[in-house]
Design a binder for this molecule. Structure first.
Ligand code: ADP
Length: 593
């Protein structure tokens, strides 16, 4: 097995692209590179499976020997049994080789699928995530890949056994008696008819069931994230009831699927049993007429029941196959998604100074027709601190996301040092950029790892400098292991303000040219905020700083204040200028007191 890498992930994604919407073709493309291992597996399977075909022949031979009473009967019986014993014992090593060959491939494909999904998740645009619940994606990575693995393994265990079983049974029978063979062949159309009748219904029910499972996964994630809010509002019962309704829906859909499958299973069982009884009557009649030996009745009966069993197995596999193919489609939905941030073939941005220009930007979110920004223009000089203010929903966060390159304007340009962001490799640009988001996101690791996330080779000196600047020194010194104390999940052992300061430290330690602070100091008490403000002022010196802030203190320190509203820039100027102007900003300030 190989670890997945870029080339392998690309190959997997390509299989889904070329197989577009055709899951069987997609599967075939995924297995394309493993033909020799798979052929080897089929070969060893045929060998290891041979006892099941040899047993009926040996049985018929022995019965025929006994009933005809030939002189060397005892010796012949012994030979027959010895031959059978040899193939039986060989089954163990042969089965090992067969499984090893196919399982290695199937596990590799499973690993490749998850690898490709993970890589794709890292490429999808931020707006994709704003419309997709994480629970749904989790369900695809875990459940759907598992279904594909089950399907692939079943192809090599059951389907192979069924196909070779059918092939050998038909071959032996055709060699022994054409008449009986013709009788056998009649069973095939019956099986095909059954499959055709039920296939669409099972597929449709599978699709509905899979979507309900995804929905549940998404809702469970949401419920867990909401638990503190739910408890605080004493809404536990309501949430539980809501979840139970969803669980009930899944159960209902699952039950419907079970019932269709079982209906299908029992009808096919009855039909095949009837065929089997008919076969017994038919071969008995032929033996009675002297056309075949008495031992051959058991031979045909065994082969026929094997054929019937194989077809029944195949039919029973249809739900699994259909589930697996549905999962291939579901994985394809993500892997084929076009809404990616494609940085390939785009040149890296030259070293950034920090000049930022919004040039006649127009931006509207996906399905809404009304643009959030219309003909918005603003020029920010390198090293300048600019604060965006405006009513809630006026588009401040949207502007910031345009500057980060998370969103792209439908009209106009966003340029950094004169380079249009649409034409440069955004990862190269973001090396010069730090973002402190509204919600500080910490991961489970040490404080040191959290602060230095995304920065390489940070010296202890530089690290302590930002720690002191963000007022974290005392906090860290009080922790049991200092900088190497582990942060529990989502940073629950830190206060809201402390988390925010860690996030600010993370932004500063990268020594960025452009800093984006999205209401970054909102979770701080007044005293800490003041300290941070002073520190930020020193630390942001010489760096372009974009701030979304409501508080007066933040706005005061900015070189310029941009008042956003009605889709454009209402006013722009220093605090004093805007207060003197007595316009929109003045009114906002007097309202805030
Ligand atoms: P602000 O940060 O000034 O409060 P935003 O930039 O977040 O405003 O939002 C501006 C407008 O865009 C709002 O009307 C908001 O409802 C809408 N909006 C924000 N994000 C999305 C989104 N992902 N999809 C659709 N509409 C959005």
């Amino acid at each position: 097995m190989k670890q997945t890498d870029l080339a392998r992930d690309e190959q997997t994604i390509q299989a889904f692209m070329s197989g577009a919407g055709r899951p069987i073709r997609t599967l075939a493309l995924l297995f394309r590179g493993h033909v020799w291992e798979l052929l080897g597996s089929v070969f060893f399977f045929t060998l290891k499976h041979s006892p099941t075909w040899i047993i009926p022949i040996v049985t018929a031979n022995i019965i025929n020997l006994v009933t005809t009473g030939a002189p060397n009967t005892p010796a012949m019986i012994l030979w027959n049994m010895a031959a059978l014993a040899v193939v039986l014992v060989l089954n163990i090593p042969l089965n090992y080789v067969h499984t090893w060959l196919y399982a290695k491939v199937v596990r590799q494909i499973e690993c490749d699928l998850r690898g490709a999904l993970v890589r794709k998740l890292q490429q999808l645009s931020i707006s994709y995530y704003s419309r997709t619940q994480s629970g749904r994606l989790q369900s695809k990575i875990i459940r759907d890949v598992e279904q594909v693995q089950t399907l692939s393994a079943q192809i090599f265990i059951s389907v192979l056994s069924i196909l070779t079983g059918l092939l050998v049974s038909f071959a032996v029978v055709i060699l022994r008696s054409r008449t009986v063979f013709l009788f056998f062949v009649c069973t095939v159309p019956a099986a095909v008819l059954l499959v055709v009748l039920f296939k669409n219904r099972i597929q449709e029910d599978n699709r509905i069931f899979r979507q309900e499972v995804e929905e549940t996964s998404a809702r469970v994630m949401e419920m867990v994230e909401m638990i503190p809010v739910t408890r605080a509002h004493a809404q536990e019962n309501r949430e539980t009831r809501r979840m139970e309704r969803q669980l009930f829906r899944v159960a209902q859909k699952g039950l419907r699927l079970d019932m269709v499958q079982t209906y299908f299973g029992s009808i096919s069982w009855v039909i095949f049993q009837v065929f089997q009884v008919l076969c017994l009557g038919f071969t008995a009649w032929m033996a009675f007429g002297g056309h075949i030996g008495i031992g051959d009745i058991t031979l045909y009966q065994t082969y026929f029941s094997s054929i019937v069993g194989q077809i029944a197995n195949l039919v029973a596999l249809i739900p699994i196959i259909s589930k697996g193919l549905e999962s291939v489609t579901s994985i394809g939905d993500v892997l084929r998604e076009q809404d990616v941030e494609d940085n390939r073939k785009k040149p890296p941005i030259p070293p950034v100074e920090g000049g930022l220009d919004f040039e006649h930007v127009e931006f509207a979110y996906g399905d809404s027709k009304e643009p959030v920004l219309r003909d918005f223009s603003l020029s920010v000089k390198p090293g300048e601190t600019i604060a965006f203010v405006g009513g809630s929903g006026s588009g401040k966060t949207t502007l910031i996301n345009l500057a980060i390159g998370f969103l792209h304007p439908q009209k106009g340009r966003v340029c950094v040092d004169g380079h249009d962001l649409a034409g440069v490799d955004l990862t190269s640009y973001r090396k010069y950029l730090s973002v402190v988001p509204q919600q500080s996101v910490l991961f489970s690791g040490t404080i040191r790892e959290n602060i230095t996330y995304g920065s390489r080779d940070v010296s202890d000196e530089a690290l302590w400098e930002v720690i002191r600047a963000t007022n974290l020194e005392d906090v860290i010194k009080k922790l049991p292991n200092g900088l190497d104390t582990r942060i529990t999940e989502h940073g629950s052992n830190l206060s809201g303000g402390q988390k925010q300061r860690v996030a600010i430290a993370r932004a500063l330690v990268r020594d960025p040219k452009i800093i984006v602070l999205d209401e970054a100091t909102s979770a701080l008490d007044v005293a800490s905020e003041r300290k941070i403000q002073d520190a930020l002022q020193t630390l942001t010196k010489g760096r372009t700083t974009l701030i979304v802030a409501h508080r007066l203190s933040t706005i005061r320190n900015a070189d310029r204040i941009a008042v956003v509203g009605e889709g454009g820039l209402l006013e722009c100027g220093s605090y004093e200028e805007l207060m003197e102007k007595k316009g929109a900003f003045y009114q906002m300030q007097t309202l805030q007191g």
